[in-house]
Design a protein around this ligand. Structure first.
Ligand SMILES: C[S@@+](CC[C@H](N)C(=O)[O-])C[C@H]1O[C@@H](n2cnc3c(N)ncnc32)[C@H](O)[C@@H]1O
Length: 196
């Protein structure tokens, strides 16, 4: 194993162990904590919608950071987490009837990801298509000045994605959390102040 691979493996194991110690359902929890530390968008939010929430690592962190928050979460898989302020829909986001929910979320999070093929550009196109679909839904659910966080795997569609986000938000930033593997093409985009 190359020393870089070894270091990355060690780092991965560190966050897996840390997640276990803290009782988090996934190591993804740390990525959201880092996003909050930098952008301060969770503690001030009242209503959050999560695309691709299972098993619930981010959901847990949201309640940890802001115990009064109201969350609506959607995934095709089961959420291993319940809370009185959590509404969960086990559905495909493409088939979901958004009339069932309110239109005044102040934070939309997407950690949604398709099953990977291992072929980087195919995986990038798949996750990008999902994100473009989600952006088209924002007008229905995100309130004016609301914020939006997405996970993407880097690739050719990023430019058009950024152009689209820049027409809809006051500010759009890239963020690579320390808890995200360096060798992963994963990156987060944080878009603030929705111009609805
Ligand atoms: C990286 S995981 C999310 C991890 C989560 N943020 C956590 O901290 O536990 C990505 C999720 O996207 C979900 N997903 C993929 N396609 C979906 C679809 N069409 N509709 C809803 N959820 C989907 C997967 O089932 C998976 O649970």
């Amino acid at each position: 194993m190359k020393s870089k691979d070894w270091l990355n493996r060690q780092k991965r194991d560190f966050f897996v162990k840390k997640a276990k110690q803290k009782g988090y359902l996934s190591r993804a929890a740390f990525k959201l904590i880092e996003i909050e530390n930098k952008f301060k968008i969770i503690k001030k939010s009242k209503k959050v919608f999560e695309f691709g929430a299972a098993p619930g690592g981010w959901t847990q962190v949201l309640f940890d950071l802001n115990p009064n928050i109201q969350i609506t979460a959607l995934d095709i898989l089961d959420l291993k987490f319940t809370h009185p302020n959590l509404k969960y829909f086990k559905e495909d986001f493409l088939k979901f009837n958004y009339k069932k929910i309110e239109n005044d979320y102040d934070l939309i999070l997407s950690d949604i990801a398709p099953n990977t093929t291992g072929h980087q550009s195919t995986d990038h196109l798949r996750i990008s298509n999902m994100i473009f679909e989600i952006i088209n839904l924002l007008d229905k659910i995100l309130k004016k000045d609301g914020n939006f966080v997405i996970k993407i795997w880097k690739g050719s569609e990023e430019k058009s994605l950024l152009i689209k986000l820049n027409t809809k938000f006051k500010k759009v930033s890239y963020f690579k959390p320390k808890s995200s593997r360096k060798d992963s093409s994963e990156i987060f985009i944080v878009a603030t102040n929705f111009l609805n």
